[in-house]
Ligand binder design. Sequence first.
Ligand code: CDT
Length: 313
Amino acid sequence: MRGGVIGVAQMGPIAKSESRPQVVKRLIEMLKEAKGRNCRFLVFPELALTTFFPRWVYQLGDPELEAFFEAEMPGPETKPLFETAAELGIGFYLGYAEKTKGKHYNTAILTDGTGKIIGKYRKVHLPGHVEPDPSRKGEHLEKRYFDIGNLGFPVYEALEGRVGMAICNDRRWPETYRVMGLQGAELITLGYNTPVGLGEPFQAEALANFHNSLTMQAGAYHNACWVAAAAKCGNEEGFEMIGQSMIIAPTGEVVAQCSSLEDEVISARCDFDQAQYFKREIFNFARHRRPEAYGLITERVGAGDPLPPIESF
Ligand code: CDT
């Protein structure tokens, strides 16, 4: 089978005081559980090595802020994760804060079953704000701490097929999935930290789980690919984050979903060829797409005025 049994390793909260070795130990435990479930690939969350630090205000360059970032991957503290994955023969997706050449990125990597990094991507749509806003109940300062990802939405050969990555807010944007769909993605792996209760309108907060599944199910269906998504969730340092980690089939159906807000592994048999009908018929891009009608998608950023009619009527 192309693809295979894929796991998602949801994480409960990571305390600010938790050390990298302590977090890596949790990840390794879930790798072992995934092996017990016969997984060949495991998806960890966004920023899976640290607490979700963009909730706090730091001055750039503050050593406490810098300590959340990895200068090398694997580094001395993350190497045991790669070694265990290699021993177990499991590839993985891992989200982490990356610093390189004076830049800071919200990054994810893919590894093969030998612990070798075979793909990298950096978050493109950074949510939140640059400056703190004391009128809000909580901050979300990704725009302050991260540079915009400069690698696009790459897709890599893996699991005898094509695998892409997304990170959190990128999952809400149809462009993210379509750019990978146009590279033949068969599995999109992604991690997220989605806080609720930071001052959004009641309805937006109440619908956070619905919007999570809505965007990912739509992305899977519209692009005829699997989506495997891992949350970091629960009450982290007094802030709530949604769980609902899930695996979605190319039909758009949820085939596995976490039921806790803690460390929890789920898995599903993801046969890439199950997407064949949709890729061949309804979403056969080569036959049906009409890019000449989609010019605005790359020409405009914000919504503007209606275009003049092409023909009078
Ligand atoms: N981590 C991340 O991207 N979270 C965002 C929260 C947006 S609310 C400021 C998300 O889209 O889930």
